[in-house]
Write a protein that binds this ligand. Structure first.
Ligand code: PGA
Length: 247
């Protein structure tokens, strides 16, 4: 039985006041994991607030190296040192706006795992790729790039988030059928390596998840939770999503 996850991706939003508000109002999870990915500037505040709880805090992005002359960057080792437990990698906004190629994503992924954090690998196709029937090819290419760059491909203690680019921030979530179909294919892809991780690996769905669509998505076999952007900035809405995942 995979433990469900509800993860908040705050993107370049939030403030110390929002951190404080979440620390007061977020309902502590019972049967699911709750993770928050604030900006790097707000990591410490959330780590401190949730120190005594099961809620884990992660970074939205890190650079590939543990330290060095990389002005403006942070490393997975630094996130770990602050008390962070996870990091996102390969989010489509990073791929599209900040030039994170498959190769860079693979290097970042490895640096996160090497630092002892849990990487959450985001994959997903563009609208063009979906409309030209090459959605799975695109996702497979993103998965292969990471697996190839990795000495010992192994998904234990790692998470995949399927986030179709056309569903992110558009208000148009994938239907439960579309999300389930792709996430089933992702699970089969992982299974082909026959490493026994099939049943263990948690695959999240992300893209316009809200309190109103969480219940129908979470009942799908291969949807093990959510990566929530916009709706995660409102603690009441986020609590409702957590509630839908629990029940
Ligand atoms: P959204 O973003 O929920 O606002 O669509 C999800 C994400 O980008 O992780």
């Amino acid at each position: 039985m995979r433990k469900p996850v509800v993860a908040a991706n705050w993107k370049m939003n939030g403030s110390l006041e929002l951190c404080e508000h979440f620390s007061c109002e977020l309902v502590r999870p019972e049967a699911s994991d709750v993770w928050i990915f604030p900006t790097a500037l707000h990591l410490r505040s959330l780590v401190d607030s949730f120190r005594e709880s099961d809620i884990a805090i992660g970074a939205q992005n890190v650079w590939c190296e543990p330290e060095g002359a990389f002005t403006g960057e942070i490393s997975a080792r630094m996130v770990k040192n602050l008390g962070g437990q996870l990091a996102l990698v390969g989010h489509s906004e990073r791929r599209a706006m900040f030039g994170d190629s498959d190769t860079v994503v693979a290097r970042k992924f490895k640096s996160i795992a090497d630092a002892g954090l849990m990487p959450v690998l985001c994959v997903g196709e563009t609208l063009e790729e979906r409309e030209s029937d090459s959605a799975f090819e695109a996702v497979q290419r993103q998965l292969n790039a990471v697996e190839e760059a990795w000495d010992c491909p192994d998904y234990s203690h790692k998470v995949i988030a399927y986030e179709p680019v056309w569903a992110i921030g558009t208000g148009k979530a994938a239907t439960a059928e579309i999300a389930q179909e792709m996430q089933g294919l992702i699970r089969d892809h992982v299974d082909r390596r026959d490493s026994g991780e099939r049943e263990e690996l948690r695959i999240l769905y992300g893209g316009s998840v809200k309190a109103s669509n969480a219940a129908e998505l979470i009942v799908q076999n291969d949807i093990d939770g959510f990566l929530v952007g916009g709706a995660s900035l409102d603690v009441d809405e986020f609590n409702e999503i957590c509630e839908a995942v629990k029940s």
